[in-house]
Design a protein around this ligand. Structure first.
Ligand code: ADP
Ligand code: MG
Length: 310
């Protein structure tokens, strides 16, 4: 559905997207992840043919995004990071206007409008002014707009940014529903979002693709390494650290004394909690905490960059 080859975008002084290549198959829901400034929006803008690439090429549904941009755009529904919506229009007026712009007219317009109201849960707010809607509803109007011309590919740039947890859940549910009939490329910061909706993940960092994998593999990869926190009552943390170091898979140990408690932070290649617990029993160390840190997207980014340096 999307084939990207050595796509590059340079702004004055910076290379925002650096010769990236990837493909998205029909029916895929791909999460496009990366820290701020990684180049996600720039890539999406190019794919939606809103921004000419400096070099490289991309096709959507077989059409070159620049030479055949009109044809390519027929297949694309692109929702930018900040949805440009006319605040002083009513939902109905706005979507009608957008449908006309897209050449969706007559009976088909009526059908499409009804479909998108239904799909995006906009039936009750049709007559409301857009300025009177919550951010969650405005975002849904943006999505409805994108769906009007029945594109088979949706390119959604951070569709849940700025929404509250409830609205995020609703938007996520909607995206998942859309995934039954559309191919989706979705950018986000939130790993959980990708795990719940996507079947593939592309991670971009400094304009380059670092990882292409399934969310499950990515999570499993991250389970390999992590941090373990433990508090032990002891007056000699060095002695404890030396013993902990004999447990296989512990890469590094930091500690600080806090009153009579020693607080340790271990970097590990696997989960060593059972061995730690047994050691604590053996040496009769009072233990008040033994916890593994949850893997966050930031950990994954850090891990990927770290792995590169080795
Ligand atoms: N119009 C622009 N002019 C100059 N630099 C830009 C412009 N848009 C984005 N950039 C730069 O390109 C890089 C990638 O930005 P962007 O694609 O917005 O990243 P992301 O969406 O992943 O946060 C950043 O370093 C950003 O500062
Ligand atoms: Mg962005």
């Amino acid at each position: 559905m999307i084939v990207v080859e050595k796509l590059t975008k340079c702004y004055a002084g910076t290379t925002a997207v650096d010769a990236i290549s990837f493909h998205v198959n029909k029916g895929d829901i791909v999460g496009f992840l990366g820290p701020n400034g990684a180049g996600k929006s720039t890539t999406m803008r190019m794919l939606a043919s809103y921004l000419p690439p400096t070099s490289g090429s991309a096709t959507v549904a077989g059409y070159d995004i620049f030479r055949d941009s009109l044809k390519a755009r027929e297949h694309i529904g692109y929702m930018p990071e900040c949805v440009p919506i006319y605040q002083d229009m009513r939902v109905q007026e706005y979507l009608k206007y957008r449908a006309e712009l897209k050449g969706v007219r007559g009976r088909r317009m009526k059908e499409r409008l009804n479909d998108v109201y239904e799909l995006c849960g906009l039936c009750e707010v049709q007559k409301k002014l857009i300025s009177a809607l919550s951010k969650g509803f405005r975002q849904r109007v943006g999505l409805a707009d994108v769906l009007l011309h029945e594109p088979d590919l949706l390119i959604l740039d951070e569709p849940t940014i700025g929404l509250d947890p409830n609205q995020i859940r609703q938007m996520r549910e909607l995206i998942r529903k859309l995934g039954y009939h559309h191919t989706i490329l979705l950018s986000t910061h939130i790993l959980a979002e990708v795990e719940m909706t996507c079947n593939r993940v592309i991670i971009i960092n400094h304009g380059k693709i670092e990882v292409v994998d399934t969310p499950q593999n990515l999570r499993a990869r991250m389970q390999i390494s992590g941090h373990v926190y433990l508090d032990i009552r002891h007056n000699n943390p060095r002695e404890v650290a030396a013993l902990l170091k004999t447990i296989p898979g512990i890469i590094s140990i930091d500690f600080q004394q806090n009153g009579e408690w020693c607080e340790f932070r271990l970097q590990t290649t696997h989960d060593p909690r059972e061995a730690i617990f047994e050691m604590a029993l053996k040496y009769r160390w009072p233990l008040r905490e033994l916890r593994r840190s949850q893997v966050s997207l930031e950990d994954i980014f850090a891990d990927i960059t770290h792995a590169e340096e080795i």
